[in-house]
Design a protein around this ligand. Structure first.
Ligand code: PAF
Length: 280
């Protein structure tokens, strides 16, 4: 596995792969890799001949007071895991390489990038859209793969790539879960022992809501009960628990029968803000 730190070196490698008519998949990450990331890397290997994994803790997607400084950083372990999977390139740009002095362009996706996570994390999606647009243009992959766990992020990235005519196929990988249902996330490291016991209730609440809506119960009642349930099992605050159109994220107060729908939730357990979602 080659580790590269500059756009110039990355482009040189990309050019080499193009000359050999090899396809390239990019898996963007912020490191602290877990099985969820590794499953995206395996998917990338299946899809393309060459796999590039980027590892960059993007300061632009953290607002003041968020966990940029404490975000888990496990670079050596990450590099080891990626080399065991036979990844071709680990791209680890420095902050100055990614955001040159005077950089003043931000990519902002309205519509799917508004509401839900954006309501409590105002800089998150503009930061994600900006860095992912840059990564795609730096690397020019044939395919880029993102986890479904960050469902709103996935829609933002798809919209951004389409709107900016970036020639890439954006693909998604299924959420990987612990045996008790908790979605894998680098931020699960923030959970205390007691919080870890409560954490899988988020997924449980989503699946219960799914069953109840399929059984014909009122959506507003199901959503209200789900939030109350999460509070009763130890969650301190619920940012959102919604049933919405899976493509537009528009909230629905009636069950969608002719279009895909999705439940999405974000809730706090101590320092950890957990997010999860399932098809409705
Ligand atoms: O999901 C993540 O890890 C990040 O938001 C991403 C897509 C790598 C952009 O920094």
């Amino acid at each position: 596995m080659r580790t590269v730190r500059t756009v110039k070196d990355l482009r040189r490698l990309r050019q080499h792969y193009t000359e050999g008519r090899e396809t390239v998949a990019l898996v963007p990450t912020m490191g602290a890799l877990h099985e969820g990331h590794l499953s995206l890397v395996r998917q990338a290997k299946y899809r393309c001949q060459r796999v590039i994994v980027s590892l960059f803790v993007n300061p632009k997607q953290f607002s003041a007071g968020e966990d940029l400084d404490s975000y888990p950083r496990t670079y050596e372990r990450d590099a080891q895991l990626l080399s065991e999977l036979d990844v071709d390139v680990l791209y680890m740009p420095t902050r100055d390489e990614m955001y040159q002095a005077g950089a003043s362009t931000t990519v902002n996706v309205v519509g799917v990038g508004e509401g839900l996570c954006q309501a409590t994390r105002p800089d998150f999606f503009s930061g994600v859209a900006t860095v992912v647009a840059k990564l795609l243009l730096q690397c020019l992959p044939d395919v880029a793969i993102f986890g479904e766990k960050d469902y709103q992020q996935l829609l933002v990235i798809k919209r951004m790539a389409q709107d900016l005519d970036i020639p890439v196929t954006i693909e998604s990988g299924s959420t990987v879960r612990e045996n008790d249902g908790l979605a894998l996330s680098s931020r699960n490291a923030y959970l205390s022992e007691d919080e870890r016991i409560s954490a899988p209730h988020l997924y449980y609440a989503l699946t219960q809501a799914q069953h109840r809506i399929h059984a014909g119960e009122s959506i507003s009642k199901v959503l209200w009960d789900s939030e109350q349930y999460l509070i009763s099992v130890g969650f301190e605050a619920i940012d959102y628990f919604v049933y919405c159109d899976a493509d537009t994220l528009a909230p629905c107060d009636r069950r969608l029968t002719n279009r895909p729908a999705r439940f999405l939730a974000a809730a706090w357990l101590g320092k950890a803000r957990l997010i999860d979602n399932i098809a409705a």
